[in-house]
Design a protein around this ligand. Sequence first.
Ligand code: PMV
Length: 326
Amino acid sequence: MEAIARAHTNIALIKYWGKRDSQLFLPMNSSLSITLDHFYTETKVQFSDQFEKDSLLLDGNQVTDNEIMKVTAFLNHVRNLAGTKTFAKVTSVNHVPTAAGFASSASGYAALAAAASKALQLDLTGTELSALARQGSGSASRSIFGGFVEWQKGEKTDGTDSFATQIIDEKAWDISVLSVVVEAGPKSVSSRDGMQRTVDTSPFYEGWLATLEEDLKRIKEAIKARDFTKLGEIAEANALKMHATMLGAKPPFFYWQSATLDVMQKVMELRQQGLEAYFTIDAGPNVKVLCEPMNEQMMKEKLAALPSVRDVIVCHPGPGIQYLSE
Ligand code: PMV
């Protein structure tokens, strides 16, 4: 009754921002991401009748706060599927830059979904696993698969058609994703709370939603044609639109630090000078910069030279879920 799984983080090029059903984690819109080779979570789940409650050891620390409640709520879904009430011991290690606000709920819940369902011998398909991971964290639905991945929002109210599928695998198109670390520490507004506040109060949210189908259609064309310029332009504009919705929320909020702007401006400036790159930003201050592999070294040097940049880690498209043995 135990299993170990590894899941990689992903970076969305078309962002998921807002739920239509927060119980089932059903998104307002479909989204699209690249799974990253460099950052991942490894999670071991053991179920045993000897345990009196669920426990979570995360990066060597016993977790007792809010997070264990989320994990228990998630494990209840898995237990329901398997028809058991047995508690679990979860041991999870994040292989992401430490102390950089990088800990990822996407890789975390994807690995937990895979290890827990495997430990209970549920034998789920990729899409079933994706729909399960979604209920821990929306973006986790995409980390089940490698390469370029789309999470279809689905139409049903029960969530059974809201899962991710792979568009092309990690070997089909090599793109460099430079992970630019600018700031450490936890953020003040979680993505969960931030997206809810935006949906509930921002007058800009409707405008954002209205453009998404077109962004998604065009970025899929770009992927099919391996058109880096088109991909980058759509991704950068999509990220900026998502961040703009937060400025209209009540109360307003944003995730950028001055260092975030330094990186954004640098990327735009380099692009004007002929070094082609685009940025995207999630619910935090760090920036991901997209460029073609032939330019990655030069890009890395230019970004690392900014005084407000702590580190630049070069990633490429990475694999989906892997099961490991001890
Ligand atoms: O699934 P969450 O709660 O990690 O939310 C992800 C939100 C963004 O990272 C901002 C966008 C995305 O699609 O990953």
